[in-house]
Design a protein around this ligand. Sequence first.
Ligand SMILES: Nc1nc2c(c(=O)[nH]1)N[C@H]1C(S)=C(S)[C@@H](COP(=O)(O)OP(=O)(O)OC[C@H]3O[C@@H](n4cnc5c(N)ncnc54)[C@H](O)[C@@H]3O)O[C@H]1N2
Ligand code: MOO
Length: 418
Amino acid sequence: MNPTAPAEAPAAPGRTRTPDSAHHHRSRTTWDEAHATARTCAPAPLPAVAHTLADALGCALARPLAALTDLPSFDTSAMDGWAVAGPGPWRLHGAGVLAGAHPAPLEPRTAVPIATGAPVPAGATAVLRREHGLADAGTLHLTAPRPLAPRGDIRPRGQECAAGEALLPAGTPVTPAVLGLAAAAGYDRLPVHRRPTVDVLLLGDELLHSGLPRAGRVRDALGPMLPPWLERTGARVRGVQPIPDELDALQRALAATDADVVVTTGSTAAGPVDFLHTALARAGARLLVDSVAVRPGHPMLLAHLPPAPDGRARRLVGLPGNPLAAVAGVATLAAPLLTRLAGHREAPLRTTPAAVALPGHPHDTRLLPVHLTPEGATPAAFDGPAMLRGLTLADALAVVPPGGAAQEARVRLLGVPR
Ligand SMILES: Nc1nc2c(c(=O)[nH]1)N[C@H]1C(S)=C(S)[C@@H](COP(=O)(O)OP(=O)(O)OC[C@H]3O[C@@H](n4cnc5c(N)ncnc54)[C@H](O)[C@@H]3O)O[C@H]1N2
Ligand code: MOO
């Protein structure tokens, strides 16, 4: 709990405490405090593991990546042509040096055909590209307008890096380009932070998983949306499990998962079947954030779960059921927590001017789906808490302070996966 949070935060409008509910007093955290708590509640990223290159994609480097060899590791021909020794014309000899070959040394005033990527023979002073030379009766003549530059068209050993040189700092995200560089530099496995495992528990008997919404029931919008969203932060989502609206079922599901982070959806508020707080209390969870002064999504929560049998720390993010409110919970709590655990660097939030005045809540922060135009952020339509239509067209969520943002005021932005 944040020590600066007021002990007697005002109750959310419309929420009443019923004595028979397990809803203890919820002390609302400011949006900035909640966002910071999610980033700092884990004292360190998860430990390093050695992953194959393919498995390391999307992870963060746990150590600086040092070159295991000089690159290139031998003097390499940059062109198809001839390796030449000394000034021309040259006596041609040898069948030619292909990539992957071990060429014999070159005598002075001789030349040998060579392919791009082939090791340059010892004694060679340059590579003459094919279009700059003419082979005639065993003699090679220079036809280029200019003399041959010393070491021309030879990529010298170590040009890109020397063995042991740091190529990338710890924390660098492993992108496709990093996989290519790591392979070129001699790696079969990469030291990366272990990906946090996530189990998603979907609460709500009204949820349908296929077909048309019907008879008061709605399609589950979060099961399809959350796994790819959370995986973009570096997490590995192991499963999405619908849980019946019964306290026992939720308790059993919480007891059964050993994920690093459990993400629940729904049941955060005070409805008749909102069992999450009771189940968390019975599971021995410790709430760090228990509702946030943010719209949408104010009932979102973050808790420490008791450690796994192997000692791993475990945490739970409770996302509200309204889909855009759940997105607010991902952006505020789940994404920063998972980013931290996965060891990715936490860049300060980007900012942009408000292109028009951005509407806010009177006393809560508002997370507003916005389009980013050359003039700055403009609100997306269809931004109700139960709607996703505006979000799908939005470029980001703007963090709009209480009272709104005046035109040209700078607002912070939370990313939306594209
Ligand atoms: N008396 C009060 N009621 C509510 C308050 C409040 O302060 N006092 N807050 C409202 C706000 S804000 C939100 S957000 C919701 C949060 O509700 P829960 O987290 O308890 O979620 P549910 O009640 O289970 O569902 C709310 C809503 O979302 C729909 N839903 C749930 N899961 C999904 C899903 N996977 N896909 C699509 N839609 C989903 C569900 O059908 C409900 O319509 O509470 C308000 N109430
Ligand atoms: O805060 Mo709720 O998220 O508006 O529907």
